[in-house]
Design a protein around this ligand. Structure first.
Ligand SMILES: C[S@@+](CC[C@H](N)C(=O)[O-])C[C@H]1O[C@@H](n2cnc3c(N)ncnc32)[C@H](O)[C@@H]1O
Length: 309
């Protein structure tokens, strides 16, 4: 299928839709396994931290809510805020964030809401882009795509309905990522560099094509791009199958671009148990001009020594 770029009229998510997100939240909570996940991830954390989350949930800023894992789809909230903060530090006004694998669009709409809240917290414009075939999973190539879990046609999408629900700063690119990613990359600009990539396409073969988005000119990225790998938790996923195989092959092919687990993320977080921490990686753009010796700030750094008199 040919890739097509679709923008949508409303500038922000309508209020009614935000209200509807509460009933959506309730529906998600009642999904099989959700309460068990919350139990394992949250109630195994120290009691005082869970108690302290209550005032943060009621009165905290958006930034505090992200720090305390109180935003729905924390795996998007943390990296988008991280990328917006990095953009500000490096002097950009805008960033691009993408979701590969959109299906019904719950993740993409959630990403849009997070983009709005992040913009309000940081002032950085955020362009949201979703990629999908529009008709569900393509055929699996072989065991590397974990066909015991995923089937052709799984996760269909109502393209028209999703288009109508997207705000103006979001786009939906329909087509196989093998074709749409190179075309998108050709139009990606340093004016709004890529700041976050979420990969939720289930297959090794699709994830490999998605990672092609990191093969462009260095200036079209932030120096470090968080990469969320949704499917590395399924049984059968390992370094020789699924998304981890795609990452390993990317790293072997690229001299100056490397994807590695996000450094010390667990120890930087208040809550240590959420699974999203293990799924968060970072693409290091080693050839980015901001990572060259020339970009070093002119002020000399000096370390004191309290043992010297
Ligand atoms: C699990 S679903 C995504 C769920 C979504 N991220 C969410 O949170 O609701 C996986 C999606 O990946 C898409 N996909 C898989 N391989 C693809 C490919 N080669 N090109 C484009 N989309 C692909 C499928 O169409 C499917 O909708």
């Amino acid at each position: 299928m040919t890739g097509q770029l679709v923008s949508n009229p409303p500038a922000t998510l309508p209020r009614a839709r935000v209200g509807a997100s509460y009933s959506y939240l309730l529906k998600r909570l009642l999904q099989p396994g959700k309460l068990e996940k919350i139990f394992i991830e949250r109630l195994t954390e120290p009691l005082h931290l869970n108690l302290l989350s209550v005032p943060v949930a009621l009165f905290g800023s958006y930034r505090a809510k992200v720090a305390w894992d109180l935003v729905v789809r924390q795996q998007y909230a943390f990296p988008i805020l991280y990328a917006a903060d990095a953009a500000r530090k490096y002097g950009y006004d805008s960033i691009t964030v993408v979701e590969f694998g959109v299906a019904g669009g719950a993740g993409l709409l959630n990403m849009c809401r997070i983009a709005e809240r992040t913009k309000a917290a940081t002032g950085i414009e955020i362009r949201v882009v979703g990629f999908d075939t529009g008709r569900g999973m393509p055929p699996a190539i072989d065991y590397r795509d974990l066909p015991e879990h995923f089937q052709q046609g799984d996760f269909p999408m109502d393209v028209a309905k999703l288009r109508a629900a997207l705000p103006a700063f979001a786009e939906l690119i329909i087509g196989d990522v093998q074709e749409t990613v190179p075309r998108f990359l050709a139009g990606l600009s340093g004016q709004s560099p890529l700041g976050f990539v979420a990969i939720d396409v289930d297959y090794y073969s699709s994830a490999r094509a998605c990672l092609g988005i990191l093969n462009g000119p260095a200036t079209t990225y932030l120096p470090l791009v968080p990469v969320y790998l949704d499917d590395i938790g399924v049984d059968g996923s390992n370094a020789w199958t699924g998304e981890l195989l795609a990452v390993n092959e990317f790293n072997a092919d690229q001299a100056f671009r490397k994807i590695a687990p996000f450094t010390l993320l667990r120890s930087r977080r208040i809550f240590k148990n959420p699974q999203w921490i293990d799924r968060m990686f970072a693409a290091h753009i080693h050839d980015h001009p901001k990572r060259s010796p020339a970009a070093r700030r002119p002020v000399q750094r000096v370390l004191g020594n309290e043992y010297l008199r």
